[in-house]
Design a protein around this ligand. Structure first.
Ligand code: SF4
Length: 319
């Protein structure tokens, strides 16, 4: 999902103007200071995923481009380079806003050829990043999808999704709705340095609890797991237990994927953060984008054991 979809999405216009008409930039103020918003009038909002993609959905919506959550490892960073902006600081602070996303989506959903296939949000940017507090596009999109009887899923790292609980409950009574959270770790020290613009993972889990209590299908992707930073048995066990305690399911676990500008951005951050670990990454990843199959298998086994332990704790039985 989010950490791997950037290559598969058709929404890769090669310039800012390719997205539609660019309006004047707006500087963020107050809690949004330091951010610059680039409103565009989008020509389309529903993106079709490349037919060769292995993703379990064919349609996505990304009302924003760039993401103030600023995760060091974010695989969507290259989407800013397509726009002539940098995959580093610009991605974190210059946020493209498809200002007409709700109206445009309403028109696209009204097309008689629309087959009400599943739509995924949160694939290339976080739909509940800080800009959403100001522009409320995701809220409008949720309403439109529900009214058009279109099933959808949301993947977020934000607790702001709780704001839309009323709409999500209403939508879930009509169509299939999943609200998933990315929780790579609940280790606060790791979270603080690797996901500096996101709410604390425990706040995400509180939002997950609210979704679960309201009867909405919810869970977490334990991703990306960062070797040497968030992959000790103790960290994985604590993270999985926190997800289960919050009423969610573990929807999968993936180690860090490193490619292109994301690789450069992450490794240069890691060099500043921990030079010895940086050297180990160079050795472990080499020129590859992923770690070995053995590591993947080890991780799946570690998650399985953590789940067994969390479930037995929840039911009071031995693992
Ligand atoms: S929340 Fe998701 S889209 Fe936003 S920076 Fe982090 S990984 Fe990227």
């Amino acid at each position: 999902m989010r950490w791997r979809l950037a290559d598969d999405e058709a929404d890769t216009q090669t310039s800012l103007f390719g997205l539609g008409e660019l309006l004047g930039p707006e500087q963020g103020t107050g809690r949004l200071s330091g951010l610059e918003f680039l409103p565009v009038v989008a020509r389309s909002v529903l993106n079709q995923v490349a037919p060769t993609s292995a993703m379990p959905f064919r349609w996505t919506i990304n009302a924003y481009r760039g993401c103030s959550h600023a995760c060091t490892y974010c695989f969507a960073r290259p989407t800013h380079e397509y726009l002539g902006l940098s995959a580093g600081e610009d991605f974190d602070s210059k946020i493209v806003v498809k200002i007409n996303a709700v109206e445009r989506l309403r028109a696209e959903l009204a097309n008689p050829r629309w087959a009400r296939e599943h739509v995924a949000m949160g694939t290339n940017t976080d739909p509940y990043q800080r800009a959403e507090g100001k522009y409320r596009l995701t809220r409008g999109i949720v309403r439109e999808l529900a009214e058009a009887k279109t099933p959808f899923s949301i993947l977020t790292k934000s607790a702001l999704v709780k704001r839309d609980l009323d709409l999500l409950v209403q939508a879930a009574s009509e169509v299939d709705v999943t609200v998933a959270f990315s929780v790579g770790t609940v280790d606060a020290a790791v979270w603080r340095v690797t996901e500096p613009g996101t709410p604390h993972p425990r706040r995400r889990l509180e939002a997950m609890r609210a979704m679960a209590d309201a009867g909405i299908r919810t869970g977490a992707l334990v991703a990306p797991v960062l070797p040497g930073l968030s992959d000790s048995r103790a960290q994985l066990t604590e993270t999985v237990a926190a997800i289960i305690d919050a009423g969610g399911s573990v929807m999968g676990a993936r180690p860090l994927y490193l490619k292109g500008p994301t690789r450069e951005h992450f490794l240069s951050w890691l060099l500043r953060h921990d030079a010895a670990l940086h050297a180990r990454y160079l050795q472990a990843y080499g020129r590859r984008t992923e770690l070995s199959n053995e590591y993947h298998e080890w991780l799946q086994d570690a998650i399985k054991q953590a789940l067994a332990s969390a479930n037995s704790r929840a039911t009071g039985t031995l693992p």
